[in-house]
Design a protein around this ligand. Sequence first.
Ligand SMILES: *[C@@H]1O[C@H](CO)[C@@H](O)[C@H](O)[C@H]1NC(C)=O
Ligand SMILES: *[C@@H]1O[C@H](CO)[C@@H](O)[C@H](O)[C@H]1NC(C)=O
Length: 493
Amino acid sequence: MILSDTSNIVREKKRAKMSFNRIFLNIIIILCVCLNWDCSEGAHEKQRRAINSHTIQLSSLFPSPSSPCVLSTRASNTKSSLHVTHRHGTCSRITSAKAKSPDHAEILRLDQARVNSIHSKLSKKLTDRVRQSKSTALPAKDGSTYGTGNYVVTVGIGTPKHDLSLIFDTGSDLTWIQCEPCVRTCYSQKEPIFNPSSSSSYHNVSCSSAECSSLSSATGNSGSCSASNCVYGIQYGDQSFSVGFLAKEKFTLTASNVFDGVSFGCGENNQGLFTGVAGLLGLGRDKLSFPSQTASTYNKIFSYCLPSSASYTGHLTFGSAGISRSVKFTPISTITDGTSFYGLDIVGISVGGQDLAIPPTVFSTPGGLIDSGTVISRLPPRAYAALRSSFKAKMLQYKNTSAVSILDTCFDLTGLKTVTIPTVSFRFSGGAVVELGSRGVLYAFKMSQVCLAFAGNSDENNAAIFGNVQQQTLEVVYDGAGGRVGFAPNGCK
Ligand SMILES: *[C@@H]1O[C@H](CO)[C@@H](O)[C@H](O)[C@H]1NC(C)=O
Ligand SMILES: *[C@@H]1O[C@H](CO)[C@@H](O)[C@H](O)[C@H]1NC(C)=O
């Protein structure tokens, strides 16, 4: 009896041990599977939900002006790479301690001036094409290109080299800097104004040269002559301008990336919204642009990442060095052929993982482009209406508030620590799908006014523009030779 009891106990213990082993084994199996992100319905659900929204700390929308600058590792480690900074902020070499933070309403007003000018340039091109097909007259150009972007790189110019901060712009071609002597006006800039007479590698360009003839397509104004030297003039949509001599100089990007004889404008009369910077680096598609002039080295390939705040740097990299394998490409569309712009065909948008019902012709009729200098993306009116209503429906837990400038969908987030916003993805022709970074969806004026960072065009025939707020933290690749533009997530912070 006792014996049988004992053997029973032993048997029970054995059974318990076996089932414990089985449970333990099962736990191990579950753990292993879970670690492979393939655990159970629950994890799938969690993962699906995580992809359809982002929760962001509201404090990250308002970086402290005293936070230290964090440098891009890509820019630090790639030989043909420059640090990209916001024009204003901790990482910028041209921000003075006294500088006021940018006036958002003013930025958006100027943004609309730039967009109007892009649209008029494109529609002019269409009418020119019609006119040209009827007669042999040369297309008339109004000579006005559009305003100024907000991202800056530092380039060495001349011999000895002067490090100068330039706004880079994929929407224009001519590179120019302010030069001494300032015969009319120079606006104020942080670094000393370049003096060509102190550089041994400076050369004037003659007005009979091919470069001088290229000015009409690069700037919309043909070059003129002064004592057989070529004079350029470029005017931007916001009435800023630069006038001076077309010249050639040595450009030093980095110690191992030096170019002799780069054509650029040495501007002796400059005015407008460039305050602080020394000039502009033209990255457009015309033959006078910097990528075209350095094509034999970089094959018209460059990439950049625009940082999410003024306390990080991003990068501008020439050539294909370090381009991520996860970049998805879409062809440069033909709508912008004959202009500086890189055409981009948007074919769809999804919000929170759901495709918006937008008929394809809404995008294909006006076409679109990508621009480093436009701040807020512009969408055809019907596409914007669909985006706005879907976004609003997913933001019902937040208090709405009044519109500001061109942004009509705003929220009062006073008192909150975080905000959960639906993901927004763009689909481009050829099938590339790009999810915007979490900072590419909202534009924050103040805690009580945080807005959806998109606007609708007023005319359905105006081109869509993929602007720089939406490009933040994406790696954006321009492959001029391959005729394509590409995107990958997490290009910088
Ligand atoms: C370039 O042209 C300007 C204007 O004619 C002249 O003042 C300057 O000396 C020239 N520079 C060189 C290096 O030839
Ligand atoms: C908030 O949304 C409601 C409902 O759409 C609307 O009636 C109200 O005018 C909005 N408030 C503001 C401040 O825009």
